[in-house]
Write a protein that binds this ligand. Structure first.
Ligand code: C2E
Ligand code: CA
Ligand code: CA
Length: 640
């Protein structure tokens, strides 16, 4: 049995610190989340712990035995509670509480309940600690039981931290450990030197540290949208994936934002996006909504929490659809949002589905029936496939493993092969051979097309340097350039650098462009086109007759050649089709354009197009696309 005189200055400091933390907590606006509730509870615990310790000391000094005993019991009760809540807080941070059932909380509470009972019984039987009639503080050896129970929580918290270290940001782990080490030092010092009652003070310091690192709303909440920031989402999503938690991600991408751009001012736009976030938050709970970008939002739902999940999930989706099918009023303007919604189930869907693809808006979405399109399971499979494709394109870009094939182009006028179209091929280690139509569109969607285009040009330049095909009559190569490549402001420098490196004359490269409505309205593309032209490149218009290409563009004097799409030739099986093809060829020739017909497969087709006056012929009738060596061998045979 021992007794000590108590010095209250550290506890007063702790009270002050707690008041600051509580004030800071109340003042900063944050999204309601269990984590914050726990933090607030911690503040209150440490505050009331310090206060009861001070009171106990005061009453002991004033020799008011009953009040001193009540205060000290309260102090220990709060002490146990603090460790309990702190443990929960750390588990909340580390994602450990996702999908926890009631049983877990019951089990976790057992040591605390035992400690509570012991302290209550101790109030009457004084077997742990008490103030005697002279108000000396006495602590019995059985006090160790209380220590052990508290240590259980500390130990468990450290265990959770160590086990989940990989799931939490390194920096945060560091803060938590240093804070914990500080608190433990406090406890040890207090055990060794009774007069130094610094445990609560160290806890209050830890609270302040947590306020800065974990409770700082500005680090977590997007102030414009008033939902969690992308960073918070990415961290949470990663944790959920790593822990294989049963969760559902509902990815909401607003689609028609470009059109809205023209009718709303930037402030109005912010208000509009914020309103969408607000409504989603109301629907699914504020702490489940995250901003992926200004126009894309993530909803994360725990599946275990809700019984009969699929029905609940469908209810959410129906409510979301209803929401988007209503108009939104922003500053007296009535607008509609189109949304693309993708549902991803964790953990089963996460293999091979990247977040980018889940949020990817894609093209050609049809919103005539509803303002919301829901991507279902089948679509998720498509996304998965696309993600694999994307990874394959990435690999091929990194390893420069694309292969370029050449399809000979026959000149009717000179009766010889004068050119070839360079066609890219991809043979992936995982996916095998993939047709260009598929991977080109993936490369375009994911911003890899510039990279790909450069590699293809470099291969063509290497081909020129290695074989000098001009000696076999090949005067130029048709190189496909995606309209998206023209968005790259440095394309001219990049192309020029390659031509220079391999000593290839610019006249050897003719760029094939496909015109699309959206792209050519944009002035950047026209600027780039002009720069390429000024550098000396010539152009063919590809896929003429498939809908987008128009005569007005052809009159612009940018093009040397027009490639008539194979579908036009293939439809020339009756009089109407023949007439249409003939008129098209005549029209083009009348504005002094060379006509190149692609997709010529038969002698009849060749005869038709030559009789109409076509200048250049490309197609299986002559040859399929060939590897560089085969193509050179093919040319040699004809030239020789
Ligand atoms: P495209 O520019 O219209 O290329 C012509 C396509 O028609 C090629 O398909 C070619 O193999 C095929 N073809 C040629 N003659 C015939 C024929 O007589 N009959 C039939 N049925 N098909 C014929 P491929 O190589 O699969 O390329 C598909 C598309 O991929 C190309 O269409 C082009 O848009 C794109 N592409 C290919 N290489 C590149 C490239 O290096 N860069 C870019 N941006 N796109 C490329
Ligand atoms: Ca082409
Ligand atoms: Ca074509």
């Amino acid at each position: 049995m021992t007794s000590t005189i108590y010095n209250n200055s550290y506890d007063i400091a702790a009270v002050m610190l707690c008041i600051c933390c509580i004030f800071y907590f109340i003042m900063s606006k944050r999204i309601h989340h269990f984590k914050h509730t726990l933090y607030a509870a911690l503040c209150v615990c440490v505050f009331s712990g310090s206060l009861s310790n001070i009171l106990a000391g005061y009453f002991a000094k004033s020799k008011i035995n009953l009040a001193a005993n009540i205060s000290i019991s309260l102090y220990f009760l709060v002490n146990v509670l603090t460790m309990y809540v702190f443990g929960l807080y750390v588990q909340c941070l580390s994602g450990h509480l996702i999908n926890r059932r009631k049983n877990f909380f019951l089990m976790y509470s057992i040591p605390a309940v035992i400690a509570f009972c012991l302290i209550l019984v101790n109030f009457f039987f004084h077997f742990l600690f008490y103030y005697d009639t002279d108000c000396n503080y006495i602590r019995n050896n059985s006090f160790l039981i209380l220590h052990t129970l508290v240590m259980f929580y500390l130990g468990h918290t450290i265990f959770v931290l160590l086990r989940n270290a990989t799931f939490i940001q390194k920096q945060k782990i560091l803060y938590l450990f240093s804070g914990l080490a500080f608190v433990i030092t406090g406890i040890v010092v207090q055990i060794l030197f009774r007069q130094l009652q610094i445990q609560l003070f160290t806890e209050a310091v830890m609270l302040s540290l947590m306020a800065i690192v974990f409770e700082n709303a500005s680090l977590e909440v997007d102030t414009e949208l008033n939902v969690y920031k992308r960073k918070v989402f990415l961290e949470f999503y990663k944790t959920a994936c790593d822990m294989k938690s049963q969760m559902t991600l509902i990815a909401v991408s607003l689609v028609n934002t470009e059109q809205l751009l023209s009718t709303l001012s930037s402030e109005e736009k912010t208000v509009a996006f914020r309103t969408v976030c607000e409504k989603i938050s109301k629907l699914v709970g504020h702490n489940n909504v995250y901003a992926y970008t200004t126009e894309k939002y993530a909803i994360m739902l725990e599946r275990n929490k809700i019984k009969n999940y699929s029905i609940a999930e469908n209810d959410y989706l129906i409510a979301l659809e209803a929401m988007f099918n209503q108009s939104w009023t922003v500053e007296n303007k009535k607008i509609y949002f189109n949304a693309l919604v993708t549902v991803i189930h964790l953990p089963e869907d996460t293999d091979n589905v990247t977040l980018d693809s889940a949020f990817h808006r894609g093209r050609d979405l049809n919103f005539t029936d509803s303002n919301m399109i829901l991507r279902n399971n089948e679509d998720v499979n498509i996304i998965r496939k696309r993600t694999r494709m994307l990874n394959a394109v990435r690999r091929a870009c990194e390893n420069r493993s694309f292969i370029v094939y050449y399809q000979p182009i026959w000149s009717v006028d000179s009766q010889s092969f004068v050119s070839a179209e360079a066609l890219v091929r991809m043979d992936d280690t995982e996916l095998g051979f993939i047709p260009p139509d598929e991977f080109i569109s993936a490369a375009e969607e994911y911003g890899l097309i510039s990279n790909l285009g450069e590699i293809v040009l470099e291969k063509v330049c290497e081909f020129y340097a290695n074989y000098h095909p001009e000696q076999y009559g090949i005067k130029w190569i048709e190189l496909n350039v995606s309209p998206y490549q023209l968005g790259d402001a440095n394309i001219v420098q990049k192309f020029a650098r390659l031509l220079h490196k391999y000593n290839v004359p610019v006249s050897f490269i003719n760029l094939e462009l496909t015109e699309t409505v959206d792209v050519f309205r944009n002035s950047i593309f026209n600027d780039t086109l002009k720069q390429l032209k000024d550098y000396g490149f010539t152009f063919s218009m590809d896929d003429y007759g498939t809908g987008y290409s128009n005569l007005a563009n052809l009159m612009s004097n940018n093009y040397k050649t027009v490639k008539i799409d194979k579908s036009l030739l293939w439809k020339a099986t009756d009089k109407a089709g023949m007439d249409f093809l003939m008129i098209t060829v005549n029209q083009l020739k009348s504005i002094k354009l060379q006509v190149l017909q692609e997709g010529v497969e038969t002698k009849e087709q060749l005869d038709i197009i030559t009789s109409f006056g076509g200048n250049l012929i490309q197609g299986y009738y002559f040859s399929k696309p060939l590897s560089d060596i085969d193509f050179i061998a093919y040319c040699k045979r004809f030239a020789g």
